[in-house]
Design a protein around this ligand. Structure first.
Ligand code: FE2
Length: 274
């Protein structure tokens, strides 16, 4: 079994000792990327000689994953009733993928060992510029895989929280591209006019960051609308790993969130009820 130090390209991304000048430069660059573009992409984070093995492990697990396909509002944390039909708050987009939850991992895969490696958690904390960060204690959603085959994709949406960490393990032959509109909304200004033009696929609003298999991606999605375009004809699924953290120890996701993934409702999700 490979140690995480043999998994991460530490010559390029020296995260094992965050006190070195090279590590401080890396952290500074990550923070400035996040501030300016809402996304920090470290291509080649996983060593090229390891990424195929990681992807193979993930793809094998995804065969027993939970299939999700439903319509969702981009504004999942809000109450979205009573808006005109052409308003962004009334929009619904299709989410379709196959997810592997934490309890489905066998305990010895490369991605599990990497997630449990403390220097990675410390690096994420530093890149986010926060004082404390802990791996989620959730037995179901702390570490997840998302697989997307032909026709799968993730519609435009905002995340509930900033600081989502993902690793692209495998890219499909066609489509399955991450697109985002950095900081398109704020807590003070929803900027609905621009969001509406984004949903109408007007060019020049969203960007498509260059993310290649083996990339580490840190993203601030609460104010940055984003999607994964539909996967086209492909010999292999798009595979990502999602790593969850929290500023407090012992964080577990609500049971409803877990249930939504293990036993998804066929009904469209319009946001918070009431
Ligand atoms: Fe998201």
């Amino acid at each position: 079994m490979k140690h995480p130090q043999k998994v991460v390209n530490l010559e390029r991304y020296p995260i094992q000792d965050l006190g070195t000048p090279a590590a401080r430069r890396l952290i500074k660059a990550c923070r400035s990327d996040l501030d300016e573009t809402a996304i920090c992409t470290l291509n080649g984070f996983i060593r090229p000689d390891v990424i195929d093995e990681m992807a193979r492990e993930a793809q094998a697990l995804a065969e027993d994953g939970y299939k999700n396909c439903n319509l969702r509002t981009p504004y999942g944390w809000m109450r979205n009733k009573d808006f005109p039909q052409d308003h962004p708050r009334s929009a619904l987009f299709t989410n379709s993928n196959n997810v592997v939850l934490t309890h489905q991992f066998p305990g010895n895969t490369l991605i599990e060992r990497l997630y449990q490696w403390d220097p990675l958690t410390d690096f994420v904390r530093e890149a986010l510029g926060i004082k404390t960060l802990y791996r989620s204690a959730c037995p179901h959603l702390s570490l997840m895989l998302s697989a997307m085959g032909e026709g799968d994709g993730l519609g435009w949406h905002f995340d509930t929280n900033d600081g989502v960490v993902s690793l692209l393990l495998q890219a499909p032959d066609d489509g399955g591209l991450f697109e985002c509109a950095p900081y398109i909304r704020s807590e003070a200004d929803e900027n609905y006019d621009t969001v509406k033009r984004l949903f109408a696929d007007e060019p020049g609003i969203a960007v498509r960051p260059d993310i290649t298999p083996g990339a580490f991606v840190l993203f601030k999605g609460r104010r940055s609308c984003h999607r994964v375009t539909s996967v086209g004809r492909t010999s292999k699924p798009r595979m990502i790993a999602l790593l969850s953290y929290d500023e407090q120890p012992g964080m577990v996701f609500p049971q409803t969130t877990v249930k939504d993934l293990m036993d998804p409702s066929p009904e469209p999700y319009h946001g918070q009820p009431g």
